[in-house]
Write a protein of this length. Structure first.
Length: 111
């Protein structure tokens, strides 16, 4: 597991990030710094689940089921994507499921 990611944390998309679906990928635009980031199909599904209500462990379970793949393989991919999104200031980590729900309600309604 990457040192920045905790399995009971709930990743949440940053409000300043706009997602635009293209023909084969989703482009994320960070309005704060003008940077772009492209996601493939699986990366986009991870992005969709970063709503502050799903714990990392739930992301692993959900995607393992959706893609009929071993959780161990999915886990590594998810942690890598989350670390990359976090390092680019596209997501933040909320601690615990209740904190994630409270943060969403208190801060904003993410898309």
């Amino acid at each position: 597991m990457k040192e920045n990611t905790n399995f009971d944390s709930c990743p949440r998309r940053q409000a300043q990030v706009i997602a635009q679906k293209g023909s084969e990928e989703v482009l994320l635009f960070n309005m704060d710094d003008g940077s772009y980031y492209a996601l493939n199909e699986v990366g986009n599904r991870i992005w969709e689940l970063c709503d502050g209500r799903h714990e990392v462990a739930q992301l692993v379970s959900q995607l393992a089921k959706e893609y009929d793949a071993p959780a161990e393989i999915i886990e590594g991919d998810i942690l890598e994507v989350l670390d990359d999104l976090r390092s680019r200031n596209l997501i933040v980590e909320c601690r615990g499921a209740r904190a994630g729900v409270d943060a969403i309600g208190a801060v904003q309604g993410s898309p």
